[in-house]
Ligand binder design. Sequence first.
Ligand code: ZN
Ligand code: ZN
Ligand code: FE
Length: 761
Amino acid sequence: MNDFKRYLVHISGIVQGVGMRPYIYNTAKKHKLGGFVSNQGSSVSIEISGNKVDIHKFLVELLEKPPIGSMIDKVKIKPMDGDTSDGFFIIDSSREKIQQGLIPPDMAICDDCIREMLDRRNRRYLYPFTNCTACGPRYSIIRTLPYDRENTSMSDYKMCTTCKDEYESPDDRRFHAQTNCCPECGPKLTLLDKNESPIACSNPVLTARQLLYEGKLLAIKGLGGYHIACNGQDEKAIGLLRNRKRRPDKPLAIMAANLEAAKLICYISEKEGEILVGRQKPIVLLDKKYPQLLPENIAPGINRLGVMLPYTPLHHLLFHEQLRYLVMTSGNTSGMSISYRDEDALERLKCIADYFMVHDREILTPVDDSLVRVFDGNEMISRNSRGYSPTALKIDSESDIIAAGAEQKSSLCLVHKGYAHTSQYLGNLEDMSVYEEYLKLVKRMNSMLDTGSQIIAHDLHTGYLSTQWAIEQSTEKIPIQHHQAHMAACMAEYNLRQDAIGIIYDGTGLGTDGAIWGGEFFVGTIGKYTRVGQWEYVKLQGGDSTIREPWKTAASYLYAIGVRESGYLYNVSNQDFKAVQNSIKHNLNCFESSSIGRLFDCVAALVLQRMHITYDAQGPIELESAIKQDVRELYPYAIDEKEEKLIIGYEGIILGILQDLKSGKGTSYISAKFHNTVCEATVECACKIRTRFPIDNIVLGGGVFENVYLLKNIIKALKQHSFHIYYNRKVPVNDGGVAFGQVAIAAKVAKEGTYVSGCSF
Ligand code: ZN
Ligand code: ZN
Ligand code: FE
């Protein structure tokens, strides 16, 4: 028996809630090995014994083909003494005090479960809560770790004997499936009218489908919260939804019956198709196909559409030959957090929905749909939520840290045992309901991860509720500049340790000089920055209202370049225009801004007459969508050196735009020319910086880089100058990534003791 071996194997990563233990059990059995597997929270411990060759095969299979949804990032193997073991066992670990691990995200229904659900002979035929070890709810129903049934909201349901047999049978694909259930023993659906009275019907799903087809609006309880749904081909129903939701323009997401149906409405690359059908099922931003099969009021004025495929069993059951597309928008009223508790949803959504499709499985943590796009063949996450969050990325830190994040697109990030766990997107904290969820999430994530005393990282802006929360806490705090957090978010995602030139184009963020930044050039590394360039400051009038009323921003830019006539902004009265400009003259309620987001707002107001906006970045999104032709021209711009900083001037750009408007040039042409100019100026500025600092790494960050035309053309030009370019993919490039950037800086500062945020060359 020379070939007999015994090993202790530790694997860590995402190993809970993905069927890892049953998988190991079955693989060990297959290779006729003995021993046991037990769950240690963040790791799985395996004692394996048998023939050397078989153990090798077992390990290769485990590492090369781990279960769907798992992520193995560390393996430790230690030889052991001892005899052969008879049989292989799963040791129930839930009674031990174990170290807390990674939190498994929710997963879309798998193909095997869909097949069963549509099979007349199967006991789960048409059962809308069918799930298995490879699919179903996780994060949204977990109360605490380890991920075992009694620690989830499924603890209310006792498995029937058949389900229990599946759960205990090693050959079954539901072996140790914590959320296992069936029509006998699991959650149930109910269809209610808006007065909360149950609708008498033999099959709520079929009735709901019929109601949708007839143009009704349904609030549907899903995996991480409620959706408002209506027929995606019914212009009237969509109009009604927009009215009731008070959401006149914001693009609505579409759920298509399947990939084929999605291909009829959008162009879908191979990678985009892979993501659409994958286990995370995010909303994917796709290029619309014209002429459109769907009414224009789904995403007015923009040429992209957010599309996802069904991800719960119920979604699959709602589609029909005559119902191929559903509008599926978050169940909330404008600005509020997504509704997920039944009582609250019924109260808040009855002014929107005609009917409610509810179920009795409690959602413990709200998780909105994630939003991604494919850029240059890679997935870029724009809204990190269902299926992705909590995202665990490795980080070099011995301290426990919590980052409070930004204000809009807020999220939290917790560092514990060398991992940064970024929470789901919560929305804009200015809304009380969002802030309440934020406070709950702080508690819940801390308890799930079993964190110790934490360093708190937060934004400089004391007006942010996240900052105010941070300041109230009694532990050590590290205030972090917003755009430096954006830069760090990218460098930490790539573990980039050398110096880089950071180009951060953003909406707003408070600078260290008290101005609003957002068109910045930094040189440095995580925790150590020099501001070496910026877009020229403009004095903006009107505080936060300028964001909702871009015409005010335009009036401010016009004032700065000496234009006093209001005629460029058609729908603004001369009186209002003059009021803004006079206030600037007298410095009333004014602030300096270098934000590129605001420059785009100004140009959108001038070119598209976009005077008011009803959703975030509406002007810039419409401006990018307006580009329909290949334009090479540029507006004149200047790069000057002032106070040892490079300053990109906007005067020539805006004067050029006014000139083109006067001579009747089209919006597509002007928009493209403006975008080209921003690209050219950016790249020239980067090259000038490199003459002083021999750095080839460029980090692109900030929400403005969600503009694909800009991102693509800046990268293309930078590559021609042999720069190495980095931009966020796993972490949102927008403010959803700020919390991760904050922890990256705080971890460095905690280790090295200094945070350098300097200016000039
Ligand atoms: Zn399944
Ligand atoms: Zn059952
Ligand atoms: Fe930002």
